[in-house]
Design a protein around this ligand. Structure first.
Ligand SMILES: [Zn+2]
Length: 605
């Protein structure tokens, strides 16, 4: 540990020095041409970038320690470094200078304007121009997290964990039991609601402090969009996919009615679906399970195969420190150390210290997850270059990072790729419809109606439209019903707060549309790669060892957030964001569903 600290210290100093020299050089070269205001911005941003990177690293190191070795001491350290990081980002001097410089944006180059805007977005989470508001918000967020994390669900008076709830919903075919378990999963809502009402005002207050009308508007500003523009984009996606969704909805409710020996309902009862929020509909297609083909492989093989995916595309191997510092495998059952089991990938210092936290086992889920996580890692690597300032070492829009991970996860699940890696036998004869159906149900189509419909509309209502708290549950179920075609087993009054049972409503507010974006975006990139670069069908293609794919992808990744996301996407694919590629991907499925649903009443109106 001491050695690693010394190394980090040296690294930081040499980095500061080279950054300083670089800035001097840049100023000298362009001195004649640049305005006084541009020079002032350059000096300010040199300092801001250096400070940001230093605090980002200290904060990431503390967080990394806390997730790989969960102890109260490490949690306390995270709180301390988090405060330092927030104090820098929300510093009033930084906010004022960025705002003043942006008032002269016409005299500044584009890269400068983007960095200044990013500084303000970073500041917005805790603007110290109003310290008492920020203190109240931090306390409110901490309180909400502790209610959320310590809540004990009960079934028949006995404690039941969230995992046990999910397992029962995955396996039980007894509808009375399913209903009881589903209702138990909604018990946390009333406990979380009072402080969520307080937090709504505090989050809106912070946004207003930064001159945004409300918290939802502040969050969508990362896309350069207003709340209405974001909701309009999400509506468009839902409208274009609706015929496919109605077909899937109809097929699923007949399948479920048969499974539970019930008459076919209009809307699907929420407790019939495995997922507690009906956001994904898995477990309806048996033929798509590939786990048996991974038996006997080692976890090391899984992660090395994932790296080979990228090196095959022409990317360089992961840095040596990735293998030394990452935490990739499950701990033995008797281990004293506890780690977080949620997979993640980390850009610790915004330079070459990239690490991943996983608990890889040889099965299909971890195979796809390992490919996904390294997508983040290779994104970090690609934009770690001098042309991309630290403040802009992120995805072109918040949904880009997840979208790239998801793209590679999709590519790694294609049958020809799995055959080329020896996972599936060459003579493997896949039931193509079953794979497409499982893709649609578990990862794409119902998810769009939760992530574009229910979640963002409800959150826009509470933040941007100040929906009174005595209408929260009715509004939630109106959206679940209208967008998803799902209904609760019994009416749910305002004594419940079912929205608050979704983690993101509490700890990642006004963010969920990013997952919708990632889904639409991944199909768009995949479509371009399959049809324009590989000349293979998008439903069955193989990226392996295709350097042209890597070169094309790198063109997107290496930009980080230095350009507007719309421009990046258009230049890469020739298209604006849309569901066209998604619709075409699932076209063969649409034909099959129409055949299956012949004579059935489609939809729920
Ligand atoms: Zn991810």
């Amino acid at each position: 540990m001491a050695v690693s600290l010394t190394l980090h210290g040296m690294h930081r100093h040499s980095l500061f020095l080279s950054l300083f020299l670089l800035v001097l050089l840049a100023l000298k070269i362009s001195a004649a041409a640049t305005s006084a205001i541009q020079e002032r911005a350059d000096r300010f941003l040199a300092l801001a970038n250096a400070g940001y990177q230093a605090l980002y690293r200290v904060n990431s190191e503390a967080q990394w320690l806390a997730v790989t070795d969960v102890t109260p001491e490490h949690d306390a350290a995270v709180e301390a470094t988090g405060k330092a990081y927030a104090a820098f980002n929300g510093n009033p001097a930084i906010i004022t200078e960025a705002q003043e410089l942006l008032a002269h944006r016409k005299e500044l180059n584009d890269l400068t304007v983007r960095q200044l805007r990013q500084l303000l977005l970073n500041a917005a989470e805790g603007p110290m121009t109003n310290p008492s508001l920020v203190a109240k918000r931090v306390a409110g967020e901490t309180k909400q997290a502790s209610i959320l994390n310590s809540f004990v669900f009960k079934l028949d008076g006995k404690p039941i964990t969230a995992n046990e709830i999910d397992n029962k919903l995955e396996k039980s075919t007894d509808l009375a039991e399913r209903k009881a378990v589903w209702e138990a999963s909604k018990q946390s809502g009333p406990a979380l609601k009072p402080n969520l009402v307080v937090l709504r005002d505090l989050r809106n207050g912070v946004a207003k402090e930064m001159k945004y009308p409300d918290y939802f508007s502040l969050e969508v500003a990362a896309y350069g969009m207003t709340t209405d523009e974001m909701l309009k984009m999400l509506e468009d996606w839902m409208t274009t996919l609706r015929p496919l969704y109605l077909q899937l909805h109809t097929w699923a409710k007949y399948k479920l009615a048969e499974k539970y020996h019930q008459p076919v309902p209009k809307k699907i009862p929420a407790h019939w679906i495995n997922n507690r929020w009906a956001q994904e509909w898995d477990g309806l297609v048996d033929a798509a399970n590939l786990d048996k083909y991974f038996e006997g492989r080692s976890p090391e093989w899984v992660i090395k195969t994932a790296e080979q995916f990228y090196t095959g595309l022409g990317f360089s191997p992961l840095p040596k420190t990735f293998w030394e510092r990452s935490d990739l495998y499950p701990l033995p059952a008797d281990s004293k150390r506890k780690k977080n089991t949620h997979a993640s990938c980390w850009h610790i210092d915004l330079e070459n210290d990239i690490r991943s936290l996983q608990s890889i086992e040889p099965n299909s889920r971890w195979f796809f997850t390992a490919h996904h996580e390294l997508g983040h890692g290779y994104y970090f690597k690609a934009y770690t270059r001098p042309e991309v300032p630290y403040l802009l070492r992120l995805g072109a829009a918040p949904g880009f990072h997840e979208g790239i991970g998801e793209l590679i996860s999709l590519a790694s699940s294609q049958v020809p790729y799995l055959q080329s890696r020896g996972v599936l036998p060459l003579e493997f004869n896949s039931d193509k419809t079953a794979f497409l159906l499982d893709d649609a149900l578990s990862r794409a189509i119902p998810f769009i109606y939760f992530s574009c419909g229910t979640m963002p509309h409800w959150e826009a209502d509470i933040y941007a439209k100040n929906l009174p708290a005595d209408q929260w549950n009715a509004r939630w179920w109106k959206y679940v019903s209208d967008f998803q075609g799902v209904e609760p087993p019994d009416p749910r009054g305002e004594e419940f707060c079912d929205a608050a049972t979704k983690t993101h409503i509490n700890d990642t507010p006004a963010y969920y549309y990013n997952y919708a974006f990632a889904t639409v975006f991944k199909f768009q990139l995949h479509d371009y790669i399959a049809r324009k670069i590989l000349h293979q069908p998008p439903q069955s293609c193989n990226y392996a060892d295709k350097k042209e794919v890597g070169a094309w992808l790198n063109g997107i990744l290496k930009k980080g957030a230095t350009e507007d996301w719309r421009k990046v996407l258009k230049e890469a694919t020739g298209e604006d964001i849309s569901t066209r590629a998604m619709l075409e991907y699932f076209k063969p499925l649409m034909t099959w569903l129409e055949e299956q649903n012949k004579g059935r009443q489609i939809g729920w109106d």
